[in-house]
Design a protein around this ligand. Structure first.
Ligand SMILES: NC(=O)C1=CN([C@@H]2O[C@H](COP(=O)(O)OP(=O)(O)OC[C@H]3O[C@@H](n4cnc5c(N)ncnc54)[C@H](OP(=O)(O)O)[C@@H]3O)[C@@H](O)[C@H]2O)C=CC1
Ligand SMILES: O=C(CO)[C@H](O)[C@H](O)COP(=O)(O)O
Length: 626
C-alpha cells in the first residue's frame, strides 16, 4: 500500500537530512514542508515573528492535500515538524491509514549543541525551548533516537517498511485462514499467527503459508512476541478466535507486547456488551480496539465477506483500507463494509444479522417440512425452490437447493442428518437483547426456540407415540407456500431492523439502516434480493412497515400465509416462524387490542393503574375492583 512517510520532530533534529536520504533509498519523492508556506507566513517568519496556529492551518492543509495526491500514485516522504497532535491530525486527514509517522527524538542539549555546531546556524535557547514546550510526543510513531548516525536511522525506517507487515491476522481457524488469503490476494503484506500445541498442533502458520502461493510474502508465527514485533507501527491485529473467554485470553496474551496506539480488531462473533467492556479495558492501556462483525462463512471470508465495524471512528479510519479492501462489493462496486457506529454497534448489527439468519433458515426448514409432508422428495423440493429464485433469491435459498440435492449412497444426505439444530449463541443474545430493549423480534425468538425444541429429540419421540400426532396430507399449492415464505421474510427483516433501530436509540448510536441493508446485499449469509430492495425503503423510514410498496406486498401475500398457517395447524404440522409472522402482523395491525384486559388485571391484583380512553390527559387511574 502506498504511504506518506511524515518525518517529524523539533527544529534541528535532522528531519530534512533523514527525509532526503530516505527518499533516495526508497526512490520516492521528497517534500520539505517549509517549501510550502504561503507568502504571508514566509514574510512573518523572515521578520522573526513566530507563526500562530491560524497561520499554520492553511499550510498544514496544503501539505495534507499534497500527501493525498501523492499517495494515489506512489509513496512519498514529507518533512514537517508536526509538533502538536492537532497538526498531525490535519496532515493525515483522510489518509490516516496511509500515514506513517517517524519521530526523530533527542534531548534539548543534544539538539542545541547540534544546531549551534552547524556553520551559519544559530538557534536561541528560548526558541528551541518553545519548540520543546509545544511538542506533544506522538503515540503511534516509529520513534528514532537522533544520536544514531543518519544512515542507521534511514536503515531502521527502511527495515520497518520492508521487513514489517502492515496487518496481522491472529487465529488461523476456518475464518482466519480465509481472511488471511483474502488479504494477501489483495496485495497487503501480512503476518499470520496460530498458537502451537506441542504434539497436536505444530507449524500451523508455516504449513498454511506453504500451502498457498498467495501467502508467499506473508510472515508466519507461532510466537506471540515475534508476531507482534513483525508488524509496522501502529500495529493492526485482527483477532479471528472463538468469542468469549478465549478472546479475553488472547487479548491478555498480546497486551505485554503492544505499544500505545496499536489497534486490535475483534472479528469474532463477540457479544456487543463485551465489546464495550474490552474497548474501555484496552483504552486504559492506550490500545485502540474495534469490534467488527464479519459474515460470509469460510467462502465469503475468502472471496469477500460483509463487514460490520463499530467503535471509535478515528480508529476505524486507520484500518479502513484493509477491511474495505477485502470486503465483498455491492452492485455499484462499493465495499460491503461501512462504519456502523459507536461502541459495540458493529457486533450488535452482526448479532441481529445472525438472528435474521436463524429466521431465514427456519423459514426454509418449514417450507421443506410442508413439501415433505406433501410427499415431495428432496430433489423435487430443490426443483421447486430453484424455480423461486427469480422471485425471492437469496444465498440461503441457493445453499438449501444444493443441500437438498446432495446424495449419500442411494438416499439424500439430509435424510441421514440428525434433526437437532445447534447454535453458538448469537440467536440467544439477540433474543435477550430484544427482550431487554422492549422490541418484539418474535420471529428470532421463535427460530431460536425451534432449535432448542429440536434438541429434545428423545422426549419428542416419546411424546409422538403418546400423543399420536402425525401430520396428514396438506391441501396447499407451491405458490401459496412461496407467498407465505416471502411474507415471513418481510416480517423477519422488519423485526430485525426495528431491533437495530431501537438499540440505536437506547445506546445513542448513530446508525444508518439503509447502509446496513446495503452491506447485507453481498458477502454475508443473509444476502438476498430483498436486502437490495430495502436500501431505498430504509432511506425513507427505519420502519419498513410504513412503506406503501411493502404494505401492498404484504396485503397481497396475506391470504396465502393465512391459508398455509391455518392448514399446517389443522394438519398438526409445526411451523413456528410462519405462524408467528402472521400472528405478529395481525397483532401489529390491531388498533384496539386486548391489552385493556391485561391492564385491568394488573390494576386488580397490584394497583398498577391504567389509562382511560375518555381521559385525554393521559393520567393514570386506579379502581377498587371488588
Ligand atoms: N465459521 C463461521 O462461519 C463464522 C465464524 N465467525 C466467528 O469468527 C470467530 C472464529 O471462527 P472460526 O474461524 O469459525 O473458528 P475456529 O474454531 O475454526 O478457529 C478458532 C481459532 O481460534 C484459535 N484459538 C482457540 N483457542 C485459542 C487460545 N486459547 N489461544 C490462541 N488461539 C486460540 C484457534 O486455534 P487452534 O486451531 O490452535 O485451536 C483457531 O485459530 C468466532 O468468533 C466465530 O464466531 C464469524 C462469522 C462466520
Ligand atoms: O456468524 C456466523 C454466520 O453468520 C456463524 O456461522 C455462526 O456460527 C452461525 O451461528 P450458529 O452457529 O449459532 O448457527
Amino acid at each position: 500500500m502506498n504511504q506518506v512517510i511524515y518525518i517529524m520532530g523539533v527544529s534541528g533534529c535532522g528531519k530534512s537530512t533523514i527525509g532526503n536520504l530516505l527518499s533516495e533509498a526508497l526512490k520516492i519523492p521528497f517534500f520539505d514542508g517549509d517549501d510550502f508556506h504561503p507568502e504571508a507566513n514566509v514574510a512573518k517568519m523572515s521578520k522573526g515573528i513566530p507563526l500562530n496556529d491560524e497561520d499554520r492551518f492553511g499550510w498544514l492543509q496544503t501539505l495534507n492535500e499534497l500527501g493525498k495526491k501523492q499517495v494515489e500514485n506512489n509513496s512519498c516522504v514529507i518533512v514537517c515538524s508536526g509538533l502538536k497532535q492537532m497538526y498531525r491530525d490535519i496532515l493525515s486527514k483522510g489518509i490516516e491509514s496511509k500515514s506513517m509517522w517517524v519521530y526523530l527524538s533527542g534531548s534539548f542539549n543534544q539538539i542545541e549543541e547540534r544546531v549551534n555546531k552547524r556553520s551559519g546556524h544559530f538557534m536561541s535557547s528560548a526558541l528551541l525551548q518553545s519548540q520543546f514546550d509545544t511538542l506533544e510526543e506522538p503515540i503511534n510513531a516509529l520513534q528514532l533516537d537522533i544520536s544514531l548516525k543518519p544512515e542507521e536511522i534511514v536503515k531502521k525506517i527502511v527495515k520497518e517498511l520492508d521487513m514489517k507487515s502492515e496487518f496481522g491476522l491472529f487465529g488461523l481457524g476456518v475464518m482466519g485462514k480465509s481472511l488471511s488469503r483474502n488479504l494477501a490476494q489483495k496485495g497487503f503484506n501480512i503476518s499470520i499467527f496460530n498458537r502451537e500445541v506441542k504434539g497436536s498442533e505444530e507449524n500451523i502458520a508455516i504449513d498454511f503459508k506453504n500451502a498457498h502461493s498467495e501467502l508467499e510474502k506473508s510472515q508466519p508465527f507461532s510466537n506471540v512476541e515475534a508476531f507482534v514485533n513483525s508488524l509496522q507501527i501502529p500495529r493492526r491485529i485482527m483477532l479471528m478466535v472463538n468469542a468469549g473467554k478465549i478472546t479475553d485470553m488472547v487479548i491478555d496474551d498480546l497486551i505485554p507486547y503492544l505499544s500505545d496506539g496499536d489497534i486490535l480488531i475483534d472479528g469474532g462473533n463477540s457479544n456487543y456488551l463485551k465489546t464495550k467492556e474490552r474497548y474501555d479495558y484496552l483504552k486504559s492501556k492506550n490500545i485502540n480496539f474495534i469490534g467488527v462483525g464479519v459474515s460470509g462463512g469460510e467462502e465469503g471470508a475468502l472471496k469477500g465477506p460483509s463487514i460490520m465495524p463499530g467503535g471509535n471512528k478515528e480508529t476505524y479510519e486507520l484500518v479502513k483500507p484493509y477491511l474495505e479492501g477485502i470486503a465483498a462489493k455491492d452492485t455499484n462496486g462499493l465495499p460491503c463494509c461501512t462504519y456502523v457506529g459507536e461502541e459495540g454497534s458493529g457486533h450488535f448489527v452482526k448479532m441481529v444479522h445472525n438472528g435474521i439468519e436463524y429466521v431465514e433458515m427456519q423459514l426454509l426448514a418449514e417450507v421443506y417440512t410442508i413439501f415433505n409432508t406433501m410427499g415431495r422428495n428432496p430433489d423435487e423440493i430443490a426443483n421447486i425452490l430453484e424455480s423461486w429464485k427469480s422471485d425471492v433469491d437469496s444465498y440461503l435459498l441457493g445453499i438449501t437447493v444444493d443441500i437438498l440435492r446432495k446424495k449419500d449412497g442411494d438416499d439424500w444426505l439430509v435424510n441421514k442428518i440428525v434433526d437437532k439444530a445447534g447454535n453458538k449463541g448469537t440467536g440467544n443474545w439477540t433474543t435477550i437483547a430484544t427482550a431487554q430493549l422492549g422490541a418484539p423480534s418474535t420471529l428470532i425468538a421463535s427460530a431460536l426456540f425451534a432449535r432448542y425444541t429440536s434438541f429434545y429429540k428423545e422426549e419428542r419421540c416419546n411424546a409422538n407415540e403418546k400423543f399420536g400426532i402425525s401430520p396428514s396430507e396438506l391441501n396447499l399449492n407451491s405458490d401459496d407456500v412461496l407467498n407465505a415464505y416471502q411474507f415471513g421474510r418481510i416480517i423477519n427483516h422488519y423485526q430485525g431492523l426495528k431491533l437495530i433501530s431501537e438499540a440505536g436509540k437506547a445506546y445513542s448510536w448513530t446508525l444508518n439502516l439503509s447502509e446496513i441493508a446495503r452491506i447485507w446485499t453481498n458477502g454475508c449469509i443473509i444476502k438476498s434480493d430483498f436486502a437490495e430492495a430495502l436500501i431505498p425503503v430504509l432511506k425513507e423510514d427505519d420502519n419498513i412497515l410504513t412503506n406503501p410498496s411493502i404494505i401492498s406486498q404484504l396485503k397481497e401475500l396475506k391470504p396465502s400465509i393465512n391459508k398455509v398457517v391455518a392448514e399446517c395447524i389443522l394438519r398438526e404440522l409445526p411451523v413456528a416462524c410462519l405462524s408467528e409472522s402472521v400472528n405478529f402482523l395481525n397483532a401489529y395491525t390491531t388498533s384496539n387490542s386486548s391489552a385493556n384486559i391485561i391492564q385491568a388485571q394488573r390494576d386488580y391484583f397490584g394497583a398498577h393503574t391504567y389509562q382511560r380512553i375518555d381521559d385525554l390527559s393521559g393520567d393514570f387511574h386506579h379502581t377498587n375492583w371488588n
